[in-house]
Design a protein around this ligand. Sequence first.
Ligand code: SF4
Length: 244
Amino acid sequence: MQVGLEVGGIARGLHQDGVLIDGRNLTSALVDTADQLAARPRRALFEASFEYRGVLVRTDLLLPAKRGWRLVEVKASASVKPVHPADVAIQAWVAEGAGVRLAETALACIDTGFVYSGEGDYRGLLAEHPMGEEIEGLRTEVPKWIRAARATLAGPEPDIEPGDQCTDPYACPFLEHCVPPQEETGYPPEILPRARPSPRHCARRVISTFARSPPGVSSTHCTSASASPRRAVCPSSTPRRSGS
Ligand code: SF4
């Protein structure tokens, strides 16, 4: 998270005439963005904010282009990850829906060959990857993802067991609700013979079971009836979204 913020700050520093849209009040952010889009001369916008059909996004970089604007999503990542195109597709869908003419979309990742020469000169740190082709087929999917997410929110809590989806590709904000932190004991699951790495929720439940069981009594796996999973509104029941 901190690295992401620092990389975002560096990306802004590379466009020194840019304008940061204050996001503390999202209504004001939308108005300020509209004002900056209409201003002349056009300048780079950081955290430009758009709303379309009830979906709000804040874009890392929105740069003036020959015919419109370039939307650049900045990632503290050395390469384009499978989740990134969907992230950019959602942002592009919202921005275009809000009336922005996007000439290009790109993802800026860290160039691992970059050599820092000092004095705050980070030119060359970020390598841009055009995303036009990658997101082309996803644009029509975005409305479906949003419909599915809304249906999930409107319905009862889905019966989803916590698992890898809770932390990959991003930590879910409901994690503490679905998997409350357990008190640590002196019997971590790793002491078991042939113990394998397991999802964090399994580890926590085993710890919890050990805490309840007297010595010598075997543990109960988390899928058993006595350790039924918590239920939550689970983003994993719908296609994953991006972060903005
Ligand atoms: S809501 Fe779903 S993805 Fe999030 S922590 Fe709960 S089970 Fe995991």
